[in-house]
Design a binder for this molecule. Structure first.
Ligand code: CUK
Ligand code: CUA
Length: 641
């Protein structure tokens, strides 16, 4: 686009912005209805109706809230080390954060998806993506623990992830950055992008126990895959990815990436891809990626590096991928509960295109194509289009559904959420949000059976909403009641990190899924467990010292540890002997260049320590556990070598 055309486009954008801000509700104060307080009040001792799992963005973790109270229940460490629980610090958990680049203690966590059966939330696991070092994690909802992390080869910026198919057959990912494939020479001029950079889609098979395994990847043109969703119901077997930068520009300065009037939604027939894999069409490619698993029997994680992956080529196999034109840098890509409608949200578009799965199928059968994009057929826009929501707002990002035929879309630029009818495409209601929302989340809102009572909007900008806290303000969530015709604002509250997406499940579904309260000590198979105080001991092997310790209210055994010399490598293996819910013990030692341990009842955890000087080093329990918690302490003596 020439500079001149560019400024014209900006001018038009500003005009449209002005139009939309003028139709925003004027008075925001009456956005809160009279009975809002009552609707979010959950009396002390009473439970919330929903668990709300919220991504942490650059915090790398997931937070868990109760809805409607918005009480923070827990923060679950996934991709970042967590001093509070010792995750990533204890010897047992360190392998969880291993990658083909070694130990990576941080990531940027954008999306979460609850496991589903027949398209309905089933409460077993929740999957999480890591955007930076491309990974997918699985959190077990019996323990709220991260139990598996798999790295994705040939990928960079694993954004379009971890969306799942309707029976959790696959957790699927699309790379945000196209890059030279891992086994190619990466030392190429960046401006050879079009020739050397590729986009990869990963189909990660999920086993009965949840275990993940990359079944195959699809090599696609070097676009940027942004978001995706699985087809469901009639469209089960298909996956839809939004992509931007279909120009394949290597610099996105100015508006290079938005030159084209339309980018694409890429529709992938993964059932067909499965057939090709079965028929041996996958090419085995050498790559390296980590696969890390947590073993509940030994309470230890292990990491292995895998060395190959099967790749299908979208150019060669002409009937697994199709492009559907989608206006102006599409972001959200959402499929309604029936599986018939696919909603694309172009960030710079002043309308929302809604595509029809049936029409798309007919268009494919009748070859209603507009040429191809690098060998991938481009379906004619009108042939796949159900219709457009006209003038809905500005800067549409994400859409969820209430299961009653309504869709809800967030608008970043005009700072509002808009409710519209999926069939008639009529706007039904709009409400301001504070400010500039990204994702929204309705319990079950991307499944076949939304629960549809609440909606939470995740705002990127907080400005003046709360007491100021310096230059940095927490991002904010807003809870709406969507049970009636009009959306009603109930509550807003600060959040942790940067929540992008969130998902919710009925509380009973999670609470009754076999929640674990403590580990049975007799089932503890940790190689360094001490099942009673009599088993406490110090074992030397060369300069490695293993200290077998126990903790129970309110002492450690042993609490006087001698025989350690400078130059030794010391491993404190602390077993928590408690057999009761909610009685963890902590363990911290003076000056250790490490965090603490937090050991759950019945569990063993290990802190590695290389003493740097001679002397006496106190240790103590960090988690208040009894009236004599303060007395839960001891000493380590370090002698000269
Ligand atoms: S993204 Cu953040 S607002 Cu990473 Cu799903 Cu759209
Ligand atoms: Cu054990 Cu405090």
């Amino acid at each position: 686009m020439s500079k001149n055309k560019f400024s014209k486009a900006i001018f038009a954008f500003v005009l449209v912005s002005a139009f939309f801000s003028s139709c925003k509700p004027k008075d925001s104060s009456d956005a809160v209805s009279g009975d809002a307080a009552q609707k979010v009040y959950v009396a002390p001792g009473k439970y919330d109706e929903f668990y709300n799992f919220v991504s942490g963005g650059f915090s790398g973790q997931m937070s868990v809230y109760g809805l409607p109270s918005a009480r923070l229940l827990r923060v679950v460490p996934i991709f970042s080390v967590d001093p509070q629980s010792g995750y990533g610090y204890s010897e047992e958990t360190k392998p969880m954060l291993n990658t083909s680049n070694g130990f990576v203690p941080w990531d940027d966590q954008h999306h979460l998806e609850l496991s589903q059966t027949k398209g309905e939330v089933d409460g077993r696991w929740i999957f999480a993506n890591a955007n930076n070092t491309p990974r997918i994690a699985r959190v077990d909802l019996k323990t709220f623990k991260t139990v598996e992390i798999i790295e994705l080869p040939n990928s960079a910026g694993n954004h379009s992830s971890p969306f799942i198919t309707e029976n959790t057959e696959y957790v699927v990912a699309g790379t945000r950055f196209s890059v030279p494939p891992d086994n190619a020479n990466g030392d190429v001029p960046i401006n050879t992008y079009k020739k050397n950079f590729k986009g990869y889609l990963s189909f990660v098979k999920v086993g009965k126990e949840g275990q993940m395994d990359i079944a195959f990847q699809i090599e696609a043109p070097g676009v940027n895959f942004d978001l995706s969703h699985a087809g469901k119901g009639k469209s089960h077997g298909w996956f839809f990815f939004s992509c931007y930068n279909t120009e394949q520009a290597n610099t996105l300065l100015e508006v290079n990436a938005s030159q084209k009037d339309k980018d694409f939604i890429m529709a992938v027939n993964w059932k067909k891809a499965e057939e090709y894999i079965k028929a041996g069409k996958g090419k085995k490619v050498a790559v390296k990626y980590a696969h890390n698993t947590w073993d509940e029997k030994t309470h230890t994680a292990k990491s292995e590096i895998r060395t190959s992956v099967l790749v299908l080529d979208s150019k060669e196999l002409k009937d697994i991928c199709y492009m559907i034109p989608c206006p102006k840098s599409p972001h959200g890509c959402d499929v309604d509960p029936t599986g018939e409608y696919i909603v694309g949200s172009g960030k710079l578009a002043a309308l929302i295109p809604v595509f029809s799965f049936d029409k798309m199928q007919k268009a494919i059968a009748a070859k209603q194509f507009d040429g191809n994009y690098e060998g991938i057929p481009v379906i004619k826009y009108e042939a796949a289009l159900h219709g457009e929501v006209k003038k809905p707002g500005l800067g549409p990002l994400h859409t969820e559904f209430d299961g009653r035929g309504n869709a809800y879309t967030t608008f970043f630029v005009s700072s509002e959420v808009v409710k519209w009818d999926i069939k008639t495409l009529k706007v039904l209601d709009r409400a301001p949000t504070y400010y500039s929302p990204g994702h929204l989340s309705i319990p079950g809102g991307d499944s076949r059976k939304p629960f549809g009572k609440y909606m939470v909007i995740y705002n990127k900008i907080t400005k003046d909403r709360y007491l100021p806290t310096g230059p940095e303000l927490a991002q904010s969530a807003q809870l709406f009641d969507i049970s009636g015709d009009k959306m009603k604002l109930l509550l807003d509250y600060p959040t942790i990190g940067e929540p992008h997406y969130a998902q919710s499940a009925p509380a009973d579904l999670i609470r009754n899924n076999g929640q674990l309260k403590f580990y049975k000590i007799e089932e503890n198979n940790h190689p360094y467990v001490a099942k009673g105080e009599k088993e406490a001991k110090v074992v030397r092997q060369g300069n490695r010292i293993d200290v077998y310790m126990t903790s129970i209210r309110s002492h450690f055994a042993s609490d006087n540890i001698e025989g350690i010399k400078l130059g030794d490598e010391v491993y404190f293996h602390v077993t928590n002997l408690e057999q009761d819910w909610d009685v963890p013990h902590g363990f911290a030692i003076k000056g250790a260049d490490n965090a603490e341990l937090l050991i759950m009842p019945g569990e063993t955890a290990t802190l590695k320590w290389i003493p740097k000087k001679v002397g006496i080093f106190p240790f103590y329990c960090t988690d208040f556990c009894s009236a004599l918690h303060q007395e839960m302490q001891g000493y380590v003596r370090v002698s000269p070598a």
